[in-house]
Write a protein that binds this ligand. Structure first.
Ligand code: AMP
Length: 428
């Protein structure tokens, strides 16, 4: 064992897996950029206070923050999520509204590491600041949905709820609190603590011991004002217009104190129920103002990479991209020819690898095999003298009789031909 290993909950993402991560981000960027979202890259670290504005009823803020004092005596934290940073950036830069942004990258939470739960983990997400329109809620929700479709996932369920207007929510929270206090003996000790901080969060409890009491709790739908009911109806109508199926889940409250109106979650139906939320989001007010900006409406979502990839594995979709190159150059004359040939081919747009250290022909051919290249280009002293090069197909029926010695000047066109044949054979 080497002296140093990654810390608990932290991982090296190695090739070829890393290519899948990048592809994940680029599929996401493709979906949201085509809807007018631009990328924001907030810093990994902010003043602790930025994240504390998320509210003090979430473990993310109270227990899991990587915070420390820097050399300038500032109390800072690694970001546990990115919504707060986006709102801080909006308050700082005051861009024109609606401000539609997306992000992709790592967050940090000091959690107990387990399958699908890490201390450094990647999310992609979008936020829209400065617009209050139910059809925007539909746009946001539909983009997450479209992303999962693009990955090839089919077993995703969309859960939907509305928390109503802040006043509706306040009346509801009061009713919930009364209900839970009247039944406090039936709550788990953990939920009793949560009740003190935020009665809404008790609804989030996935603990067996709370199931009975939670299922009998008052329902938010009975507290909607007319405006809230109309907003929620328009969201549902819009989703139906776009043929996006959803399930209303009145217990879906999400933690943030600033949430109002629409909340939603995407559930991976193949995953264990304790950890099956692929991502989620909602509409919020007040976060920008709490960070020193104007009163601003916001809506967004964050989707976790790890659980989504687990769901992809379960459904057998979105495999890691093929890391192989088009061409592998084998040079038994010392390596300088390979240097020139690879440069020429790469300039022409091919992906090309080669062997180093002037290994034996046999060892270089093995490397060519391992590289997954469709075509090997072989040059030895005979070819060098004759001004030729050997083109050998590496896939399908590998057979020396299929290799051809061609003039060096025809290399690019011959490689192109050989690759076309390889693609045809692969799809036959
Ligand atoms: P949240 O920001 O807590 O609403 O989480 C949104 C999504 O991010 C979740 O549904 C998970 O897919 C993912 N996620 C949250 N925390 C972690 C973690 N510690 N490790 C991996 N993924 C996470």
């Amino acid at each position: 064992m080497p002296e140093f290993q990654t810390s608990p909950g932290m991982r090296d993402i190695l090739p070829p897996d890393s290519a899948r991560w990048r592809q994940f981000q680029s599929v996401f960027a493709g979906v949201v950029e085509s809807a007018g979202y631009g990328e924001i890259m907030p810093p990994l670290m902010e003043d602790l206070g930025v994240f504390q504005r998320i509210g003090d009823a979430t473990d993310v803020v109270t227990k899991e923050m990587y915070d420390f004092t820097d050399k300038g005596d500032r109390h800072v934290a690694l970001r546990p999520e990115q919504t707060a940073s986006v709102c801080r950036a909006f308050a700082q830069h005051r861009p024109p509204t609606p401000w539609k942004v997306f992000y992709a990258g790592p967050n940090f939470r000091y959690e107990k590491p387990q399958r699908g739960r890490y201390r450094q983990f990647d999310q992609v997400g979008i936020e829209v600041l400065g617009a209050d329109d139910p059809y925007l809620d539909v746009e946001v929700i539909s983009l997450g949905w479209e992303f999962y479709e693009k990955l090839g996932l089919q077993r995703v369920e969309l859960l939907l709820n509305s928390l109503g207007e802040p006043e509706d929510r306040a009346r509801y929270v009061a009713a919930l609190e009364t209900y839970f206090r009247d039944n406090i003996a039936s709550l788990t000790p953990e939920s009793r603590i949560t009740l003190e901080k935020n009665p809404l969060r008790v609804l989030d409890s996935k603990r067996e011991g709370d199931a009975g009491i939670v299922s009998g709790a008052p329902r938010i739908a009975d507290f909607y004002s007319e405006g809230a009911a109309a907003h929620f109806a328009a969201v549902q109508q819009g989703l139906t217009d776009l043929n996006i199926p959803y399930t209303i889940d009145t217990k879906l409250v999400r933690g943030l104190d600033y949430y109002r109106h629409t909340t939603f979650e995407y559930i991976g139906q193949t995953l264990d129920s304790a950890q099956n939320a692929l991502g989620g989001g909602g509409r919020y007010d007040g976060l920008v103002a709490s960070l020193g900006g104007p009163d601003t409406h916001g809506i967004g979502f964050a989707l976790g990479l790890d659980r989504t990839l687990l769901a992809c594995d379960d459904e057998g979709v979105f495999a890691a991209p093929d890391p192989s190159v088009d061409v592998f150059v084998v040079d038994s004359t010392g390596g300088r020819q390979a240097l020139r040939i690879t440069a020429e081919l790469r300039n022409a747009g091919f992906s090309v690898d080669r062997a180093f250290e002037n290994r034996s022909m046999k060892s270089q051919m093995k490397a060519a095999d391992r590289s997954g290249a469709s075509v090997a280009l072989i040059i030895g002293s005979n070819e060098l003298e004759a001004g030729t090069i050997v083109v050998r197909p590496m896939r399908g029926a590998v057979d020396v009789n299929r290799q051809r010695e061609v003039p060096r000047g025809d290399m690019i066109s011959e490689v192109t031909k050989a690759l076309i044949v390889a693609v045809k054979e692969a799809s036959a």
